[in-house]
Design a protein around this ligand. Sequence first.
Ligand code: VAH
Length: 316
Amino acid sequence: MKKILVTGATGQIGSELTIALRSRYGAENVLAAGHKRPALGELMQSGPFCCLDVRDLPAINQVVEANNIDTIFHLAALLSAVGEEKPQQAWDVNMNGLSNVLEISRLHHCALFFPSSIAAFGPETPPMDTPQDTIQRPTTIYGITKVSGELLCDYYYHRFGVDTRGLRYPGLISSKAPPGGGTTDYAVDIFYAAIKTQHYDCFLRADTQLDMMYMPDAIAAALNMMTADSRQLRHRNAFNVTAMSFTPQQLAAEIQKHIPGFTISYSVDPLRQAIADSWPRHMNDSAARAEWGWQAQFDLPAMVKDMLEKITLNSL
Ligand code: VAH
């Protein structure tokens, strides 16, 4: 990896991944791209940025050619809840955007990282210890674009030899950029509410168990998988990876260990509850452990402690 393009760089994953890539490969070698210019901040001050709509094939081609890009981390997408509000736009951005980036990767011999998700599974998928290889009939447009994306990336690898690689991420928890319209956003919003008002009104039911991961682990997983020996990667485009699995009730109890006065209430959002109910509870990530040495570093107590410290620091 020498010259890297990150699409969706202003999003929850992109904003932290870009910084991590710049510290490892040199700021000038990591071009951040977003559909709109963000406010000045660490992302903008730490290296190059360009506005880029992933639905614009010639524009992607121009950026990749002009910057001699050899690796693309393609993060631009509409997430699950916002996708259900505008499914046609979700298909356009998530699928036509990916198709364009795959075509440019084929033409310019770029390696490509694609983030899939637990959303690529559906109600018929075994919810506990969800296998690496199992039935995938997602019921959200976001999930349909994720399972289609996994298959399209597999196709470009087998048909054209494009070095495509991807991970099925669980819900991600981060302290830098706010999440953007996902079903697991509660697991981030709750920390800001706990510090600001010591109360959080949760949009999912108290017992909704979902796989989750702290952003430092998500970033490490992407970097380690992208630099792994390609010959070891049997599942290359859709590795299950997870770190913990909890309910809003369990997360609140862990926060209360640090903020005893913190309270939680529940005003369930039927749309996001239905989405969460269609996803598995806990994935089996043994394939990632076996094929490229995946190992999470943060469990629930460690993540809560670090998140509260970081957000408190940022708010000073
Ligand atoms: C979402 N944060 O909620 C994303 C993620 C597993 C969930 O893909 O849509």
